[in-house]
Write a protein that binds this ligand. Sequence first.
Ligand code: PLP
Ligand code: COI
Length: 359
Amino acid sequence: MPMPLSIHPTDTPTSAAERQTILDKGGFGTAFTDHMVTIEWTEGQGWHNAQVRKREPFRIDPAAAVLHYAQEVFEGMKAYRGEGGAITLFRPDQNAKRFNASAQRMAMPTLPEDVFVEAVQALVRTDRDWIPGGNGSLYLRPFMFADEPFLGVRPAHHFTFCVIASPVGDYFKSGPKPVKVWVSREYTRAAEGGTGAAKCGGNYAASLVAQAQAYENGCEQVVFLDAAEHQWIEELGGMNIFFVKDDGNLLTTPLGTILPGITRASLIELARSKGLTVEERKYSFDEWRADVASGKVKEVFACGTAAVVASIGEVKFEGGSFQIGQGESGPVTNALREELTALQRGKIADTRGWVRVVS
Ligand code: PLP
Ligand code: COI
C-alpha cells in the first residue's frame, strides 16, 4: 500500500466470552467490533493519517458540513469465514469503484482503490476473531463524510474516511422465509440526474418515510417506482429486484436511477453462465401484477450484500395485495442463492477472480 497504515490495537479488547455471546445473538447491525480504520483528507494535502485504531465515537464540530448538507457516501460488503477457515471478501474492487463513483457524484475526493481495499482488509485482519462461523459474516461499512466546520454551501475541504465492522446473521427477522414488500405510489427514491445510482446517506434518509409505511403495513421493505411516471419498478429501499419467469429466465430493472448492485451484477453473470437469459428492461407495476396473476412470473426476489438473495412472497400497496408462490422460496431463487453463497464462502471454485482471500 502506498500510504502507511499505522496499527494501534485497543487496550480494552472485548473478552472472548463476551464476544461469543455477541456473535451468538445474530441479527443485523447492532454489534460492532473493537477497531475501526480512519483516514483523513484535507484540501491541498490529500489523504493522510491512515490508522487502524480502537473503535470510539468521533468528536466532530457542530458545524461539520455533513450534519447540515449530508455530504456522505458509504459501502456495504462482507467478510466470510469459508471452507478451511480462510477469510474471504467478495469483489472488494467493485465496492472500491462504486465508492469512488458515489464520491464523485457527491463532490467528494476519491480514494485510490488499493487504499480502500487495504483499509478494509486491515480491519478484517485486526478483528478476524469477530467473523461469525456458520451462515454469519462480518458486515463491513466503509464510509466517508465531510467534517469541515463551515456553513457555506460548497464541497467541504476536510473529510474522514472510516471503516467499521459488525458481525451479522440474517438481515430480515423472518430469516429465510419470503418477505413482504410495500409498493409506494406516493414517495419516490430517485429521478434522472439525481443521486439514485450513488450510495449516499441522503438517499436512505429520503426513503425512510416510505419504509415506515412499509412497516405500518406489515411489510419488511418498500418497492420504489420511478419518479417521472410512478409506474416503472426501480428497486427496494436497500436491495435490487429480480423477477423469475415461468420458463426460469430472469428479468431485472435497468441501471440508471437505481443503485448498481454488485450482487445484482454477479447474479446476472451467474444466471447467464447457467444458460438462463436475463433481460434488463423497464418493467411496470401493472405488468408485474398481471404477470403474477397469469402465472408468467413465478418467483420474485430481492438481492443485496446485507440481504443476500431474499424471496418476496407478498406484495402490498394502497388498496390491494397479491401473493407470489406458496409461502416458500422458489427453485430458481434457491439455486441462485446457493451458488452465490457457496462461491462467497469458498465452497465452490471461483473461476472469475471474484473471491479475495484476506491473508
Ligand atoms: N439497492 C440499494 C438501494 C442498496 O442499498 C443496496 C445495498 O447495498 C443494493 C441495491 C444492493 O447492492 P449490493 O448488491 O452491491 O449490496
Ligand atoms: C447493503 O446491502 O450493504 C446495504 O447497504 C443495504 C442496507 C443495509 C442499507
